[in-house]
Design a protein around this ligand. Structure first.
Ligand code: PLP
Length: 442
């Protein structure tokens, strides 16, 4: 046993040494303006992540296991929420969050095909995709030009008796108007799903985003606030929703045994389920048409190390946002993100929208920045309804647009964002500020 432990420790010590030789130099490389690439996002890690990964691989459990459980527990504790379930991506998290609302276990409140779900077109496609895939009808409401979040003043106009839920993201980490959206949902008995994939660590009125609604979702894809390569999470305070999400995540099964464990319920062969014979093995009883969206324990092992660093990441994102904001706020050609007074965002990106003063196009500016080695991103889909995936859908029956999507279109045409991730030092931020200023003043 001592020999095995010594070998294990030696492997981890060598792994840490490998990190210091191979990865650390790139993480700490000197920035050369114009020559070094300024990425919009990236992994920030040290030897701890790689050692956890190797530790988990030596254990060779492979599927959902001890690291996954530890991660779920620690994420829930961080957010101050009862249940957090780990999944293999933010898109899977959204799929599960929406699908949970369609469970027959919710009785009258279950979302049915043809029901309407209020959302926005200015965002990431997989916030909306599960709604369409199920056969519910997304109702697109315009966003505010200042926050790039849903315009809560337009919610009443969008409502119809078929509405069952609101499912929206906190754009680039900037909390939407939670007070107004929650009040609207409460008034009309609607579910609220917060796509928190770009906002982990953001707070509104002192409470984390993702924990205000019925369900919140996260993504741990590398550009996000923290990473495990591929990964995501679904969280809720509602025990019934947690039970449904767990079932849907794990093949639709009724049983809740961990992988490799049997008979957690203690009545594996004694119960009556549906029209099955009495005592049919509970392990193979299905209460939903589910998926398998679990992570491997190796991904969770990386996540556990990232979670320890996470509060520091949030602080760095805030400081980086402030530096960019202070450096760019005076330029009349661009307008910058605004936030609500109640919000304390853990920013994902720095949104820039051209104003009428700009005598150049968004693409002119973006191409210039890219030529100066500064990576840029559009605000995801811009206006999702203009994408090829909508060509086979019919407005009015498959989806609805409430009013006009004026600000959404403006963002599609005139906005882009640059990075502010924790791995970005002041020199890179200052270089971006100087390059944008130089272009605007030309
Ligand atoms: C708002 C939002 N939701 C969902 C996702 C999907 O997450 P994933 O890439 O982990 O599937 C993203 C991805 O960037 C996102 O920005």
């Amino acid at each position: 046993m001592d020999k095995i432990k010594a070998l294990h420790d030696e492997i981890l010590a060598k792994t840490a040494e490998y990190y210091r030789l191979v990865h650390a130099p790139a993480q700490n490389a000197q920035f050369e303006p114009g020559k070094s690439r300024v990425n919009y996002a990236g992994r920030v890690f040290d030897e701890k992540e790689i050692c956890n990964l190797v530790d988990s691989s030596l254990e060779f459990w492979l599927t959902y296991g001890r690291y996954s459980k530890e991660f779920e527990k620690k994420l829930a504790a961080y957010l101050g929420i009862r249940f957090a379930l780990l999944v293999n991506s933010g898109s899977s998290a959204n799929l599960l969050a929406f699908s949970a609302l369609t469970s027959p276990l919710l009785g009258e409140r279950a979302v049915k095909r043809g029901d309407e779900i209020i959302t926005v077109a200015c965002g990431f496609p997989t916030t909306v995709a599960p709604i369409i895939q199920f056969g519910a009808v997304p109702v697109f409401v315009d966003v505010e030009s200042t926050t790039a979040n849903i315009d809560a003043g337009k919610l009443e106009q969008a409502w119809s008796p078929k509405c069952r839920a609101v499912m929206i993201a906190h754009t680039l980490g900037n909390p939407f108007n939670i007070k107004a959206v929650k009040a609207f949902c409460d008034k009309h008995a609607l579910w609220l799903v917060e796509d928190n994939c770009d906002a982990l660590g953001s707070k509104y009125d002192g409470k984390f985003t993702g924990t205000w609604g019925d369900i919140g979702t996260s993504s741990f894809y590398p550009p996000h606030h923290m990473t495990m390569g591929e990964g995501g999470a679904v969280y809720t305070n509602n025990p019934l929703l947690k039970k449904i999400v767990l079932s849907l995540r794990d093949w639709g099964r009724d049983c809740w045994c961990d992988s490799g464990v049997d008979n957690t319920c203690g009545c594996r062969f004694t119960k009556q389920f549906g029209k099955l014979p009495l005592g049919y093995d509970h392990k193979y009883v299905y209460s939903h048409f589910g998926y398998n969206l679990k992570v491997s324990d190796m991904q969770a092992a990386v996540g556990c190390a990232q979670l320890e660093k996470f509060p520091g990441f949030v602080e760095k994102r805030k400081a980086n946002f402030k530096r960019l904001y202070d450096g760019l706020k005076e330029l009349p050609q661009i307008s910058l993100f605004e936030k609500y007074e109640e919000s304390d965002p853990s920013w994902f990106g720095f949104l820039i929208t051209l104003t009428a003063e700009a005598k150049f196009s968004r693409n002119d500016l973006v191409k210039y920045l890219e030529s100066k080695n500064i990576q840029t991103r559009n605000l995801f889909a811009g206006n999702l309804t203009k994408h090829p995936c909508f060509e086979s859908l019919t407005e009015g029956s498959d989806y609805r647009i409430s009013g006009e999507l004026k600000n959404t279109d403006n963002i599609m045409n005139n906005a882009f964002w640059i990075g502010l991730f924790p791995g970005m030092g002041e020199a890179k931020l200052d270089y971006m500020i100087a390059t944008i200023k130089e272009f605007c003043r030309k």
